[in-house]
Design a protein around this ligand. Structure first.
Ligand code: AMP
Ligand code: MG
Length: 331
């Protein structure tokens, strides 16, 4: 590692210890991090983002052991899933202990925890020796950042004043937020689809002889996820999303008004996830266009599309058609 990046990490550790925030690269999206033991800094996260206090923050940790230091109980399912998928894009929601403030958990008795899979994030967490609460580094409701330049456009003033320190870790590999999973002794519930699919969760539990069923939150009325709002990830210009076959998309494109800037997603789900937010941001900045339309071909059955479609539904001001996973036989 170059001396410059060593200095950067050290400066980031110093900033965090002084109640400032750090824009931290992860494999999903960039996070806006604060130490969990610095209430002033945690308040700044909500204020800087304009995030409502009912939307809990995910706590990032360096290891499974550090995760366990934050909980009042640790279900077997959480243990199996953490061992299989950490570091990685999986957030486990488990009962918290008093080291996690109500501000972080939005008054809930639970906390969402994950180990990010990015060398700079892991180095920062290790050097801080304290967990970091980090939501995505964008203003509330807007498109998540997957490159440091996206973060720069979100918080120019806070960065210029030094309130937000930035760490450049390159483009994010996964590109959509983590899968959020509530772990209970008798049940595992997917609160938000993400980089780890439901089938992968089921396979990991089965391999460990754990028979706990895995449900989507829509199938489990007793578990709800706060902050999972209908509108989120939105560009500034109105976005229409068109779900359909290639033939339907081609026919639609032919009669499209010139006011629209088009976005075509890659047909490979991994690449589509990785490119989605950068494509939305770049289309949003195109001059001379007042609206955006994103075409999403529905042929591929890769389960990762569920996470992408979830984000598209929330980012869209207008939906044309609906994702295949909305049809009951798929989920
Ligand atoms: P993000 O905005 O990507 O940092 O993700 C935070 C989201 O994770 C929240 O909006 C919730 O939907 C979910 N989440 C975090 N903590 C909890 C929790 N304790 N219980 C349920 N959902 C949570
Ligand atoms: Mg976010």
């Amino acid at each position: 590692m170059s001396s410059k990046s060593v200095n950067s990490i050290e400066s980031a550790v110093h900033a965090l210890a002084n109640d400032r925030l750090v824009a931290m690269p992860t494999e999903t999206v960039y996070g806006l991090a604060a130490r969990i033991d610095r209430p002033l800094a945690i308040e700044k996260v909500f204020k800087t983002k304009g995030r409502p206090s009912f939307d809990p923050l995910i706590v990032h940790v360096a290891s499974l052991e550090q995760a366990k230091s934050l909980v009042s109980s640790w279900p077997t399912s959480a243990d199996i899933l953490a061992q299989k998928f950490w570091p990685g894009p999986l957030t486990l929601v488990v009962p918290k202990n008093s080291s996690v403030s109500d501000l972080i958990s939005s008054g809930l008795e639970t906390v969402g925890i994950r180990v990010p899979n990015h060398p700079l994030a892991l180095e920062l967490l290790t050097k801080c020796a304290t967990p970091l609460a980090a939501p995505s580094a964008n203003r509330f409701g807007r498109t998540s950042p997957t490159a440091i330049d996206h973060v720069r456009t979100e918080f120019p003033e806070a960065i210029a004043s030094g309130e937000v320190f930035i760490l450049d870790g390159g483009a994010c590999d996964v590109g959509v937020e983590s899968t959020v999973v509530r772990c209970e002794d008798d049940q595992v519930t997917v609160l938000r689809p993400g980089g780890v699919t439901k089938s992968e969760l089921e396979a990991a539990l089965r391999a460990a002889n754990i028979l706990t069923p895995v449900l989507f939150a829509s199938e489990n009325k007793k578990v709800a996820s706060p902050g999972h709002t209908e509108h989120h990830y939105m560009p500034t210009k109105p976005l229409s999303v068109f779900w359909g076959s290639k033939a339907e998309i081609d026919a639609h494109k032919k009669q499209l008004s010139p006011q629209f800037q088009t976005i075509s997603l890659n047909s490979d789900a991994r690449l589509a996830a990785r490119e989605l937010y950068a494509a939305l941001r770049s289309a949003d900045q195109t001059e001379g266009k007042s609206s955006l339309i994103l075409y999403r071909e529905t042929q591929s059955h890769d389960e990762l599309w569920q996470a992408i479609d979830d984000r598209l539904k929330r980012a869209a001001s207008h939906r044309l058609g609906s994702p295949p996973s909305d049809q009951p036989h798929v989920i």
